[in-house]
Design a binder for this molecule. Structure first.
Ligand code: ATP
Ligand code: MG
Length: 209
């Protein structure tokens, strides 16, 4: 990306995740966020060493990166970044946001998360500063709502609430956990994730235990 190109972006969405593997739930969320919040780009950021995931066997980061690359290659608004993969230590959102603020000094930074991840926000590193550096976009499924008096979000500053965008996404019950389970037990995953990702998983024999 040239400096000139970067400077015309007004709004950048950062979408962090383990993506183990990436699936249509992620892609629909990213696309809805892009459209609803008029983002110029959505940058998928596979985490390298997620502090929150205690599962022992997360697939290697370069494989997870490659699956995201395959999944998004037909969408000109999407890109995938190695920002967390290339950074040593745990993958904290605050470091990632600082990095992209530096890369795109003119742009407003939006952090995209599902509601399950957002409800953990108070445990994120330097959350007070994080809220000052970016706005959050979160997704609720039709029929759910996010309440300001939710115990898990109580005490967050007014600024967080002012800047929060809550978008509706079609209710996708797809999760990576379920996909890994399906593959391990020989169930189909077709139509739950993009075909090139499915093929890549099969070729490498991932998740078969
Ligand atoms: P796992 O089951 O391993 O936790 P996951 O499917 O939740 O995987 P993550 O990589 O943990 O995927 O999620 C990255 C982000 O995408 C999180 O913010 C999560 O809330 C969001 N997300 C995951 N699945 C969906 C979905 N089906 N619809 C909307 N958002 C989703
Ligand atoms: Mg998850």
């Amino acid at each position: 990306m040239s400096q000139q190109q970067a400077s015309i972006f007004k709004r950048i969405g950062l979408f962090g995740g383990t993506f183990d593997p990436v699936h249509y739930g992620h892609l629909v969320l990213a696309e809805c966020a892009r459209y609803e919040c008029e983002l110029d780009r959505v940058i998928f950021i596979p985490s390298a060493r997620p502090p929150h995931k205690h599962r022992e066997t997360v697939l290697g980061e370069n494989y997870r990166y490659e699956m995201v690359r395959l999944a998004i290659k037909d969408n000109p608004f999407f890109e995938v970044s190695k920002a967390e993969i290339d950074r040593p230590g745990y993958s904290y959102a605050i470091d990632t946001v600082r990095y992209f603020r530096f890369e795109y000094p003119e742009a407003e930074i939006y952090f995209i998360t599902g509601l399950d991840a957002l409800l953990d926000l108070k445990s994120w590193k330097d959350v007070g500063e994080l809220i000052k550096l970016c706005r959050f976009i979160t997704a609720v499924r039709p029929g759910f709502e996010l309440k300001e008096d939710d115990e898990r979000l109580k005490g967050l500053p007014a600024e967080f609430w002012r800047n929060l965008r809550v978008i509706e996404v079609p209710g996708l019950h797809i999760s990576s956990t379920d996909l890994r389970y399906r593959i391990a037990t020989g169930k189909p995953v077709r139509y739950l994730l993009p075909r090139p990702v499915e093929d890549y998983i099969r070729e490498h024999g991932f998740y078969r235990e």
